[in-house]
Write a protein that binds this ligand. Structure first.
Ligand code: ADP
Ligand code: ADP
Length: 225
């Protein structure tokens, strides 16, 4: 688990700033939603936290450690995107196991973690299937399973359920929230959907045009718009 601190962070693409002097602290074990319209800088922020995008200026810290220059694989974060990027030719079991295989984890540990994650996500009966044999919600769970087996100290979810239908989205909101509470892992969750932020987050960071516009609990944000 980790406290994530974004301190005076700027992101430029060429001459154009996409993130402007951003300051956000995500407390250890909390669920923080970054909420804002398309193009406001949410994904850029997420990618800088993951180490997938260079920070133009400012710092990002995990606890007291400055991570600006750490490679993604050394940051101990797991990401789930809107498009799940499952391996089509691999079984559900192998999709979930993949990050552990890349890290030379022992076979017995892999089995234990994959089966544990599958049980938590209620996909234990799907471990032998291929991605094309799964529904949208099931694929989403596999992507989440792949993130949690690594036991990262931080989850980064970027619009993970945006393309699911309304009923399934409502269901997955509950599941993701429950999962984060159960594991106690710090979560940064990007969305443009107010209802998602409102129903899941401990704190909401509202972004507008690259800047932090508002920060607070869901009731603080939605009672003082
Ligand atoms: P959001 O996730 O809120 O939709 P992004 O962080 O993706 O916002 O984008 C913020 C701004 O930065 C947008 O104006 C977008 O066009 C621009 N941008 C994002 N990625 C790049 C890139 N790789 N090159 C140039 N501009 C980019
Ligand atoms: P993994 O499933 O472990 O992310 P990949 O083959 O996708 O495996 O990536 C190899 C390494 O690069 C990973 O260990 C991971 O730390 C880093 N990486 C790649 N893509 C991402 C991403 N989208 N988010 C975070 N880290 C990433």
């Amino acid at each position: 688990m980790a406290t994530v601190t974004i301190r005076n962070v700027w992101k430029y693409y060429g001459e154009t700033p996409a993130v402007k002097d951003l300051n956000i602290t995500c407390p250890d074990g909390s669920f923080v939603s970054i909420l804002g319209p398309s193009g406001c800088g949410k994904s850029s922020t997420m990618r800088m936290i993951a180490g997938l995008e260079h920070i133009s200026s400012g710092d990002i810290l995990f606890d007291d450690v400055r991570v600006n220059d750490l490679a993604p694989k050394d940051r101990d974060v797991a990401m789930v995107f809107e498009n799940y990027a499952l391996y089509p030719h691999k079984s559900v079991y192998e999709n979930i196991a993949n990050p552990l295989r890349l890290r030379d984890v022992k076979e017995a540990t892999i089995k234990e973690r994959v089966e544990g994650a599958a049980k938590l996500l209620e996909i234990g009966h799907l471990l032998g299937r291929r991605p094309h044999e799964l529904s949208g919600g099931q694929k989403q769970r596999v992507a989440i399973g792949r993130a949690i087996v690594r036991e990262p100290k931080l989850f980064l979810f970027d619009e993970p359920i945006a393309h699911l239908d309304a009923k399934l989205r409502a269901h997955m909101r509950g599941e993701i929230k429950h999962l984060q509470r159960t594991l106690g892992t710090t979560m940064v969750y990007v969305t443009h959907d107010q209802l998602e932020a409102l129903s899941m987050a401990d704190y909401i960071a509202v972004m507008h045009d690259g800047e932090l516009q508002q920060w607070g609990t869901p009731s603080e944000i939605f009672n003082n718009p």
